[in-house]
Design a protein around this ligand. Structure first.
Ligand SMILES: [Zn+2]
Length: 349
């Protein structure tokens, strides 16, 4: 199957009432782990690369690994998504490379650290939407500021410092026409999200629910949504790691989000923990080994296992065969005609 837009995957997920995991990649093993999990569970999937990943893997390697995945698994609808684009130029270069979906994170300035003003965010996001939609590529925006830092991107601090204001979310959706919207409801990037098990008082699910009611046509995105399971932390620490006690977003909270309009769920930390735990185990138990395949293969298997579990928990499992891919040229026509317009004043009609 050719790469399709995240918009198509999320529209289908909305019809089916499930969420789609967006898993970060940096190298071949991670792409293979995600595809193996998608094939086994028959899941549509979003594969995403941050600016850090594009620099690490180099654009051409990354893109051709994705093409290989699409070629090997024509039965899997997949989207290649730019995670946290920091500027118009980053999004433009992703589209030139062949990404089918981009995130313009205008909640921060181009340095990827300083919170921007609302007007700055609207302006840069609107510009990316105009450019991307003309080319049939879908766009995710962000309103409110997430906590923590990932791949050098983020404002730091707790996820509760800049929680999304529902009125602003509605105005933002109206003025930008984004396909999907990342909102800040208390989640953070990285492994250290919460210092105790989060419950309803920590995650602002009421805000999420309020936004979904007012923006039923804009798909909501949960960032920083690794669950950071204790068993994965334990494996890392058992074999010499030094992770401090930490809690991620409980699966039940993500599932509550999915019942209330969350269609894209970003997972990165869980994959990192799975990979690192598996590698540490090989190093600790068989220190005589030195063939990278001896530890990269178990690492890949460990990531596949956690991705597979998320695909089942988010509900995307079993949905790979539900629909035919829509080419970008058709998506561009849909945007031009207004058929794919998500702005509340238009979509409500
Ligand atoms: Zn994120």
């Amino acid at each position: 199957m050719p790469l399709v837009t995240a918009r198509q995957l999320l529209d289908e997920a909305a019809k089916g009432g499930y969420g789609v995991g967006a898993f970060n990649v940096n190298n071949m093993e991670q792409i293979q782990a995600i595809m193996a999990a998608a094939v086994e569970t028959k899941s549509p999937v979003i594969v995403q690369a941050s600016r850090g990943a594009r620099a690490y893997a180099e654009d051409r390697y990354l893109y051709h690994l994705m093409l290989a995945a699409a070629e090997l698994h024509p039965e899997i609808p997949m989207s290649l998504h730019q995670d946290h684009g920091n500027s118009f130029d980053t999004c433009k270069s992703a589209i030139a490379l062949g990404f089918t979906s981009v995130m313009m994170d205008g909640s921060l300035r181009e340095d990827g650290k300083t919170p921007s003003t609302f007007e700055e965010n609207v302006e840069v996001t609107r510009r990316v939407v105009d450019y991307a939609h003309e080319r049939g590529v879908s766009v995710e925006g962000e309103i409110g500021v997430l906590g923590g830092v990932e791949d050098g991107h983020g404002a730091g601090g707790s996820g509760l410092e800049h929680v999304t204001d529902p009125d602003q979310a509605v105005e933002f959706a109206e003025r930008t026409g984004v396909d999907s919207l990342a909102i800040a409801i208390g989640t953070s990037h990285g492994a250290y999200k919460f210092t105790k098990k989060p419950d309803g008082s920590v995650l602002k699910m009421d805000i999420l629910i309020a936004i979904h009611k007012r923006l039923p046509h804009t798909h909501l995105v949960m960032h920083g949504s690794s669950s950071v399971p204790k068993d994965l932390q334990d494996i890392v620490n058992q074999y010499g790691g030094k992770l401090k006690p930490t809690w991620g977003v409980p699966i039940e909270e993500i599932q509550l989000g999915i019942r209330n309009g969350v269609r894209k769920v970003n997972v990165d930390t869980d994959s990192r923990l799975a990979i690192t735990g598996a590698i540490r185990k090989v190093f600790a138990e068989t220190p005589e080994k030195f063939d990278p395949r001896d530890y990269l293969k178990p690492a890949r298997d460990a990531m596949k296992k956690v991705v597979q579990a998320r695909m089942i928990q988010f509900g995307q499992a079993g949905h790979a065969g539900d629909y035919a891919p829509i080419p970008l040229t058709e998506m561009a026509k849909g945007y031009a005609s207004g058929r794919l317009d998500t702005r509340p004043s238009v979509a409500a009609r």
